[in-house]
Ligand binder design. Structure first.
Ligand code: PLP
Length: 446
């Protein structure tokens, strides 16, 4: 791939900073999602600062930001009350104590009150950690060892689950019974024997595998909305079927709400769709931009942590910064009308983009729920990872991304990522975005 973006002329400082960084940081960046091969070609934008719905790059270009740090900045950049709470905590109280503070139970009470499936909750630092604990707890609770995970999803980068995220489909086995494909070399051998990979949105495939191997299966881990292969909604009745099958086979249902949590409402996707998982994992939306994650669920399962049967540790868990940030973020998100307004602005964007693309005559549509969405350049509906691989036009998506970037609207260059809207995005931001989209779409249609 050798994409030459027209915006190169305006991003010379990013180019030079990338050149410097490449010598001392592998790939010049500190995450795969910022790497050249994740779409940031020929180099990522280097950020000067963020403010509300806006991002300013190192060359002083301003963008309306729908990347939002890949999700954490649900209150926009530098949310005043969250920043204040963190600064006050650091200045007045400290950061890490290796002992609890009263603030932790205050936060846990807020999470328990907000999220239907959470009776008790433990904090950790990242979504990856929370998933690791969730799968371990599922195994400890059931005494079984296999975890079902779905092709195209991402549950963090630990050895136990970093399989079959985006495998080449010609090497990944049949559509209905995919095989486990490691992220790359370096994964320990044999881990995949504890995994069963399934296509998402296929209740029959799940029912069949549980009927055959239910006595070996400890847990099912799923995002309630598939957010790591673009945005794919659950088919009608799919999550209900999953809940029902998990109960019937004594399998722990784990919702990975790292992206949907505190975004599709204070109660996450589980409240929005009315499905109660046994365990839930949260991260991005919880901390208003600060690193904090959580694992919560049924008391009966969480009690294995209480009595030390399953250890959940970590020097930095529930550190002062994380807890102050999450307490302040949930207070902000819990204000009356916040999600109503966020949904209204987001709906305007989603329906507006859809209209613009259709009016331009492009084979494209927008899929999403609330402030979470993605555009698919495809003429067929996409229900799972293999549909996306077969039907999505990545080349057209790339031109769409570049056109929008050129007009001051920042999306992720990857078609398998999402567009996020924050409470700081205004109707004016949406109007500017839609005007840019109209312009870009008409260019793509020519
Ligand atoms: N689960 C999902 C659904 C995610 O999207 C991510 C990260 O993008 C993770 C887990 C891992 O979270 P973290 O990056 O905080 O480790």
């Amino acid at each position: 791939m050798n994409y030459i973006s027209p915006s190169l002329t305006r991003t010379a400082t990013s180019a030079s900073l990338f050149e410097t960084a490449r010598h001392v940081i592998p790939g010049g960046v500190n995450s795969t999602a910022r790497a050249q091969w994740s779409g940031w070609l020929p180099y990522p934008l280097f950020v000067e600062r963020g403010e509300g719905s806006r991002l300013v790059d190192a060359d002083g270009n301003h963008y309306i930001d729908y990347l939002l740090g890949l999700g954490p900045m649900i209150l926009g950049h530098r949310p005043r009350k969250v920043t204040r709470a963190v600064v006050d905590f650091i200045e007045q109280r400290g950061t890490v104590f290796a002992l609890p503070t009263a603030d932790e139970a205050v936060l846990a009470e807020k999470i328990v009150a907000a999220v239907p499936g959470v009776e008790q909750v433990r904090l950790c630092n990242t979504g990856t950690e929370a998933v690791l604990y969730a799968t371990r707890l599922a195994r400890a609770f059931t005494g079984k060892r296999k975890i079902i995970r779905f092709e195209g999803m991402y549950h963090g980068f630990s050895d136990g689950v970093y399989w079959s995220k985006h495998p080449p489909i010609d090497k990944a086995g049949p559509d209905h019974s995919p095989k486990a494909v490691p992220q790359g070399p370096g994964m320990p051998r044999g881990v995949e024997e504890n995994l069963i990979i399934l296509p998402w949105n296929d209740a029959q495939a799940l029912a069949d595998v549980l009927a055959k191997h239910g006595e070996e299966i400890a847990g099912i881990i799923t995002e309630p909305v598939m957010c790591n292969t673009g945005c794919i909604l659950p088919r009608h009745g799919y999550l209900e079927a999953m809940r029902d099958l998990a109960t019937r086979h004594d399998v722990v249902l784990i919702f990975d709400e790292v992206i949907t949590g505190f975004r599709l409402g204070l109660g996450g996707a589980q409240a929005r769709f009315g499905i109660r998982p046994d365990l839930s994992v949260f991260a991005k939306g919880l901390g208003g931009g600060f690193p904090v994650a959580a694992l919560g669920g049924r008391k009966e399962i969480m009690s294995l942590v209480a009595d030390g049967t399953v250890s959940m540790a970590g020097t930095y868990t529930a550190n002062g910064i994380a807890v102050a940030a999450a307490n302040a973020a949930l207070d902000e998100l819990g204000q009356d009308g916040v999600y109503g307004q966020l949904d209204a602005v987001s709906d305007e964007l989603r329906t507006g983009l859809d209209l613009v693309l259709k009016q331009a005559g492009l084979p494209a549509y927008t899929v999403g729920v609330g402030p979470l969405m993605q555009v698919w350049f495809a003429s067929k509906p996409i229900h799972n990872y293999r549909d996306a691989e077969r039907y999505a036009d990545q080349g057209l998506f790339r031109r769409w991304f570049e056109g929008m970037l050129e007009r001051g609207v920042l999306f992720h260059p990857g078609a398998y990522e999402n567009l996020f809207v924050s409470t700081a995005h205004s109707r004016e931001d949406i109007a500017v975005t839609l005007a840019a989209a109209k312009d870009v779409a008409s260019g793509l249609a020519r």
